[in-house]
Design a protein around this ligand. Structure first.
Ligand SMILES: NC(=O)c1ccc[n+]([C@@H]2O[C@H](COP(=O)([O-])OP(=O)(O)OC[C@H]3O[C@@H](n4cnc5c(N)ncnc54)[C@H](OP(=O)(O)O)[C@@H]3O)[C@@H](O)[C@H]2O)c1
Length: 264
């Protein structure tokens, strides 16, 4: 605890230069709230043009409007990432608007938690389709433009649950572990094309997704975190900015944990 007290844990301020990603175009999936909205914000602050998507056109447009009001170049569109046709349209619209795609952040995700014995097939399918198949659709679709450009950054938001599992989340853990395998295989396929592919594994980050966890369980979780604090969406967004930048040019196929030391 003593160490933590001496560290400035403020995450609100942009720690990056405003021109870190200037001239770059980024797509952030699941950007209507939580971690995705924070990622879109940070990428804008670092100078990128950002395309935000989620299933709800209205919610994602609100975030894009806020960013535009701050003077950033942000564009929103509705897309259900689990639907291949929506993904194709998202990529087409991005190319139409900005002529290039430099950064893809596969952030969208859902949970349908249940002990495996009682897990319904549809809850397995929905979580795998959105969290894993959707990531594959987006990744596959950006490879052609990135290969043409001879550069690209793909960043997959997995989870520590994909590394160590979690009771009641067999579907989510399988999808998030699958994202790590997808990350490594793709990194090996496209490394020679100037494209890096990395995953981020957040621990417990305070968003709508974690808000429903009962207070008693949250207290127990806190005890497992050496930094004794839950993460903020900006903590994940900062890691994304780093991996998207030239500072991470020699990093690929890796899983960066942003978890306060919860899993090690
Ligand atoms: N919060 C945590 O502690 C934590 C920990 C580890 C990993 N993660 C991962 O981090 C990512 C973001 O989590 P979060 O906590 O910010 O979640 P969240 O607050 O529930 O936000 C999820 C986002 O994904 C979008 N989304 C869901 N299904 C979609 C689909 N089929 N197509 C397009 N967009 C979709 C949602 O918008 P719509 O509903 O409008 O579609 C929303 O914008 C997820 O992948 C999650 O698994 C979170």
């Amino acid at each position: 605890m003593e160490v933590v007290d001496k560290i400035d844990m403020t995450t609100e301020q942009n720690p990056f230069r405003e021109d870190l990603l200037s001239g770059k175009t980024a797509i952030v999936t699941g950007a209507s709230r939580g971690i995705g909205a924070a990622i879109a914000h940070r990428l804008c602050e670092a100078g990128a043009n950002v395309v935000l998507c989620s299933r709800s056109a209205e919610s994602v447009a609100q975030i894009a409007d806020t960013l535009q009001d701050k003077g950033y170049t942000a564009f929103s569109t509705a897309a259900d990432i689990s639907e291949k046709a929506d993904v194709d349209t998202l990529i087409e619209k991005t190319i139409e608007q900005f002529s290039q795609i430099d950064i893809l952040v596969n952030n969208d995700g859902i949970t349908h938690d249940m002990l495996l014995m009682r897990l319904k097939d549809e809850d397995w399918d929905a979580v795998l389709k959105t969290n894993l198949t959707g990531t594959m659709y987006c990744t596959r679709a950006v490879l052609r433009p990135m290969i043409r450009q001879k550069s690209g950054r793909i960043i997959n938001i997995s989870s520590v649950v994909g590394l160590v599992g979690n009771a009641g989340q067999a579907n989510y853990a399988a999808a998030k572990a699958g994202m790590i395998g997808l990350t490594k295989a793709t990194a090996k396929e496209v490394g020679t094309r100037g494209i890096t592919v990395n995953a981020i594994a957040p621990g417990f980050i305070t968003t709508d997704m974690t808000a429903e966890i009962p207070e008693e369980n949250q207290k127990q979780l806190l005890e497992l975190i050496p930094l004794r604090e839950f993460g903020h969406p900006e903590d994940v967004a900062d890691a994304v900015c780093f991996l998207a930048s030239n500072a991470a040019r020699y990093i690929t196929g890796q899983v960066l944990q942003v978890d306060g030391g919860m899993v090690m």
